[in-house]
Design a protein around this ligand. Structure first.
Ligand code: AMP
Length: 280
């Protein structure tokens, strides 16, 4: 049975009843196949004795002015059905006032230099907001393991780095990016796309595949192949295309595995995607 709680007091009581190690899946809801892959990985990591907890919270702290905080899809009833189906024991779905009772927190997590590049450059304050809410969720839920998607590769690297730098003692487990059959990475924001925009959005994954296919020819060829695909679609406003180290999100990369990351706007919708180049 899945228990849904809204307040930190209810969470504390429900948390005390959970059996074994707890595996946390932090989300903003509007659950899709990507989230379901995280829930399944969490269920398997928890094993027979452990429990899966899911948080559903559209975190205002990570949205900038003019971004989509107000129109972000909220589908709590459907989300709860999916969490129950995937064997989650607990869903924590707090209000913004519950998470931030004193309003905007005065003390927040500083994501450091890695939080200022790529996504951080185009979304100032984003990673500070993400890491602050993730740390709060870790403190409230006290999981042994937390599961994050490789779809948000820079976020994944920053969460891991926060855990290491602040000695949080929580294992951060990755889940590979889930894609629709046509290659588009599943995302809650895909709901915004018209049919025409969706067709244009496919250019992102096509560019990443083209980049990956050029891996043997070196980093410049990877970037050129991906850039050529992006340039071929005028209906796309590219924020960045970069080949970076997966742990530091800085370049230039040497012979080690790298991440080819892209962000672009299609109409009013901003999409990100990435792929591993070289290595496992
Ligand atoms: P969100 O609800 O978008 O904040 O995402 C919650 C978690 O799901 C994050 O760890 C994301 O990286 C992960 N996630 C979102 N989309 C995907 C996807 N297509 N494949 C794998 N993980 C995903």
């Amino acid at each position: 049975m899945t228990e849904m709680v809204r307040t930190r007091d209810e969470l504390a009581q429900a948390r005390a009843r959970l059996s074994g190690p707890v595996v946390l899946v932090p989300t903003m809801g509007a659950l899709h196949e990507g989230h379901l892959a995280l829930l399944r990985a969490a269920r398997s990591l928890a094993g027979d004795g452990g429990s899966v907890a899911v948080s559903i919270f559209v975190n205002p702290l990570q949205f900038g002015p003019g971004e989509d905080l107000d129109r972000y899809p909220r589908t709590l009833d459907e989300d709860l059905v999916l969490c129950a189906k995937e064997g989650a024991a607990l869903v924590f779905a707090p209000s913004a006032a519950e998470m931030y009772p004193k309003g905007r927190p005065a003390v927040t997590v500083d994501p450091g230099p890695m939080g200022a590049v790529l996504e951080g450059e185009f979304r100032p304050g984003f990673f500070g907001g993400v890491l602050t809410v993730v740390l709060k969720l870790f403190n409230l839920v006290r999981p042994s393991v937390a599961v994050f998607g490789e779809k948000d590769a820079q976020q994944f690297a920053l969460v891991r780095r926060m855990v290491a730098d602040l000695d949080l003692g929580i294992r951060i487990a990755p889940v590979p990016t889930v894609r629709d059959a046509d290659g588009l990475a599943t995302s809650s924001r895909n709901r915004y796309l018209s049919a025409d925009e969706r067709a244009r959005a496919l250019t992102l994954s096509r560019a990443l595949r083209a980049g990956a296919a050029a891996a043997a020819a070196g980093p410049d060829a990877v970037l050129a192949a991906a850039r050529a695909e992006l340039d071929g679609e005028p209906g796309l406003a590219v924020d960045y295309l970069a080949l970076v180290d997966p742990e530091t999100f800085t370049g230039p990369v040497d012979s080690r595995p790298a991440v080819l990351a892209v962000a672009a706007r299609v109409g009013a919708t901003r999409l990100i995607d990435n792929v591993r180049i070289g290595g496992a």
